[in-house]
Design a protein around this ligand. Structure first.
Ligand code: AHZ
Length: 313
């Protein structure tokens, strides 16, 4: 049956007529004459049909999937390292199609809290410069600075990254595998990622084969964090696919060794694949630093430099 318009005034009925004449899009002028922002009990929304809402989302989601099936850089994991990489890369190179894939519904990884479920975030100098660039306020304690809540960093960087027109984030989307090709010399090169909606990826054992999707890109940045239910994904896959002999395995906590090791070690670990953040500690066997986040930011920035170097070479 045709949708019933719940119009409450002649003007709203006119809007529905206009909508019929113009497809589903409500003309902006007609909307202006209907809406009322009155918090004293007469707040009125523009009329809408449910299908418009569905189409508004579907059109964008699948256009994004279609366009980003070929990307310039895919960043796997939207934790502090992945987001720092995305920010620097998008800002420096607005010409690049940057696609971020995050397995979780909520992007941000481990950077919504500082340590042991406490909120303050510690960042060692000189990584405070990145906070200043983002406009995140902090207290200076000498060798390090403190952001009053880690969520202030994460929400700020997320909002800035998502505002770049060349960045898309597909959350609830897991990387299940890597595309590995042979170049003309017969050398193995990572050339893309194999994806699935995370809820599908989590159910491979309960259903018959549910094949994945793919995104190709000349550069993949893996930022999937240290080992955990989803973590260290690419490092582990490099081992199981024979591209890496064995995992280094993350070593015990030592802030002074861990932070420079991660930043300075951020690199193209195998052709086409840059590794950043704590995933690198699993790959290289370097120490963890625990609740101090400067290395994640600086490693993300270095991963962006590496991506540009590869793309320009
Ligand atoms: O959901 C993961 C998280 O948001 C996501 N991720 C993992 N595997 C994925 C996959 N496909 C898509 N296969 C995937 N996404 O990657 C993100 C990793 O974020 P993170 O905060 O865990 O890692 P990071 O390296 O950006 O920051 C780590 C910060 C530190 S240091 C530390 C310690 O020393 O103990 N602990 C943490 C959390």
């Amino acid at each position: 049956s045709p949708p019933v318009a719940t119009a409450t005034s002649t003007t709203e009925e006119q809007v529905f007529e206009l909508k019929k004449a113009n497809g589903v899009q409500t003309p902006a002028k007609a909307v202006d004459s209907v809406v009322v922002e009155d918090y004293a009990g007469n707040y009125k929304f523009a009329p809408i049909e449910e299908a418009e809402v569905s189409r508004a989302m579907i059109k964008r989601y699948f256009t994004t999937m279609y366009e980003r099936a070929v990307s310039d850089v895919v960043i796997v994991g939207a934790g502090s390292a992945g987001l720092s990489c995305a920010y620097h890369l998008a800002k420096t190179r607005p010409d690049l199609k940057i696609t971020i894939l995050e397995a979780n519904v909520a992007p941000g990884g481990g950077a919504w809290l500082g340590g042991q479920l406490m909120s303050a975030m510690v960042v060692r100098k000189p990584a405070d410069r990145f906070l200043a660039e983002l406009g995140v306020p902090f207290e200076d304690e000498g060798a390090f600075v403190v952001v009053k809540h880690a969520a202030l960093f994460t929400s700020t960087i997320l909002s800035k990254v998502l505002a770049f027109p060349n960045v898309v984030l597909m959350n609830a989307t897991a990387v299940e595998d890597l595309i590995v090709r042979e170049d003309f010399q017969g050398k193995q090169r990572v050339g893309g990622v194999v994806t699935n909606w995370t809820l599908v990826a989590l159910n491979h054992d309960t259903q018959s084969c549910m094949d994945p999707n793919t995104i190709t890109a000349p550069v993949i940045v893996s930022a999937t964090g240290h080992d955990g239910p989803m973590g260290a994904f690419s490092a582990k896959r490099l081992v199981s696919s024979g591209l890496l002999k064995e995992l280094g395995n993350m070593r015990g906590l030592d802030m002074n060794r861990a932070e420079p090791a991660i930043v300075n070690g951020t690199r193209e670990v195998t052709p086409g694949l840059i590794m950043t953040g704590m995933e690198l500690s699993e790959h290289d066997g370097s120490n963890r630093m625990g609740p101090t986040f400067g290395a994640m930011m600086a490693s993300g920035i270095k991963a962006a430099h590496e991506a540009i170097r590869i793309l320009d070479s």
